[in-house]
Design a protein around this ligand. Structure first.
Ligand SMILES: Cc1ncc(COP(=O)(O)O)c(C=O)c1O
Ligand SMILES: Nc1c(O)cccc1C(=O)C[C@H](N)C(=O)O
Length: 389
């Protein structure tokens, strides 16, 4: 069967093909960058019009008592099933970088007397930058470790390991269960960055006894540019969770306006300042699509779609590219291809309406958001790449 026939067949049989109708997409664009910024869900614009016009416009400050104040925890509970968390352990707000700062300092405070902070050596830069600053503030030292060696490198000196679930460049999926277990055996805590796995594949934070986790909502959760991030604090740590950005919104009684800080109950103490309600309620609307499918269906399609993309790459590009992403299930939802002059190649692809991204030094990165990317898009992208390189 030709690749075009296979793509047609796979799209016809796709059990979640209907989810694409939930998105407002440009029909002329092959969008393979949902791993940086998810597409626009149709539900967002009308919800924002209502929030701005009715809630802000008419209810004014009363909005805080009519749903706004509790939005960080309510949205956290909506996200919880996607990360394998019981309710009451996820709070939405701030950026991933800010939540990483809170989580790392809190983790070091939970595990005092150990001098090392291990950091994924291939990490997305913000994690490394924040870890370095946290190390300076708390007096620990950072030791970069390649993720495949992380489990072996954690030892009695390690306070905390900062790990990425899916590598932002290669797409490699790291073994959350095994790494967390090894860290715990050595008496260390692990903070997981879920930016590239949440909404792409099942994440089992409670089942793996994860200590703390953070993630963003503007990639596979389609919350929009600058959508708020989230912080996971399991119940067993909530009373001792002592985060450094002790703003009034994490206070036990914010409106008592007392001079001393008393942390709020539960995951609420992960909050800092006033929540960004417009972005938060845009995310709320974006999450509606998860009522129409499940993370298991999304993962199944994600693997099939990236498999099909890889067969197209093998057949149409051959050894003109090097595949940097594992071919087995140890991968997330993006595929990295190395080519010479990758930056220029990506510019030419984007000029031809195939949108992926370039990551130095030589990676073309293509994200496959199963909610709206079709098998036919995967084939078109490879045909266009073949014409460019
Ligand atoms: C692994 C990872 N962590 C963090 C971030 C970003 O953090 P922030 O939302 O603070 O920009 C990204 C992407 O931007 C990322 O890929
Ligand atoms: N967060 C981003 C942004 O504000 C602008 C452009 C890109 C991004 C990204 O998300 C980059 C992404 N985390 C990456 O994996 O490279």
């Amino acid at each position: 069967m030709s690749l075009a026939d296979t793509a047609r067949k796979l799209d016809a049989l796709d059990p979640i093909a209907h989810c694409r109708d939930e998105f407002d997409l440009d029909p002329d664009v092959v969008y393979l960058n949902g791993n940086s910024l998810g597409a626009l869900p149709r539900a967002v614009a009308p919800r924002l019009a209502e929030v701005v016009g009715q809630q802000w416009g008419r209810r004014l400050i009363r909005g805080w008592g009519e749903g706004w104040w509790g939005a960080p925890e309510r949205l956290g509970d909506r996200l919880a099933p996607l990360v394998g968390s019981a309710p009451g352990q996820v709070v939405v707000g701030d950026s991933t970088s800010v939540n990483l700062f809170k989580a790392l300092v809190a983790a070091i405070r939970l595990n005092p007397g150990r001098p090392e902070l291990l950091v994924d050596a291939a990490t997305f830069p913000t994690d490394g930058y924040i870890a370095a600053s946290v190390a300076r503030l708390t007096g620990v030292r950072v030791r970069p470790v390649p993720m495949p060696e992380a489990a072996a490198e954690v030892n009695e000196h390690t306070a905390v390991l900062l790990a990425n679930h899916v590598d932002f460049r290669s797409g490699v999926l790291h073994d959350m269960g095994a790494i967390t277990e090894a860290a715990h055996r050595a008496g260390a805590l692990v903070v997981w960055d879920l930016c590239h796995s949440v909404g792409a594949l099942p994440v089992e934070l409670d089942a793996h006894q994860v200590d703390l986790a953070v993630g963003c909502t503007y990639k596979f959760l389609n919350g929009g540019p600058g959508a708020p991030a989230f912080l996971y604090v399991p119940q067993r740590f909530q009373d001792a969770f002592d985060q450094p950005l002790s703003g009034w919104c994490g206070h036990a009684e914010p409106f008592a306006m007392t001079p001393e800080y008393t942390p709020g109950a539960g995951v609420t103490r992960g909050r800092t300042g006033t929540p960004d309600i417009l972005s938060m309620l845009a995310l709320d609307a974006a999450l509606d699509v998860w009522d129409k499918t499940s993370i298991a269906e999304v993962r199944a399609k994600g693997l099939r779609l990236t498999d099909f993309f890889l067969s197209c790459v093998d057949e149409l590009l051959g050894d003109r590219v090097t595949v940097r992403t594992p071919r087995d299930t140890g991968r997330g939802n993006h595929v990295a291809l190395s080519v010479p002059d990758a930056g220029q190649v990506m510019k030419e692809l984007i000029a031809r309406e195939v949108i992926g991204d370039y990551r130095p030094p030589d990676v073309l990165r293509f994200g496959f958001a199963p909610l709206y990317v079709r098998y036919a898009d995967a084939l078109t992208a490879v045909e266009v790449i073949a014409g460019v390189i």
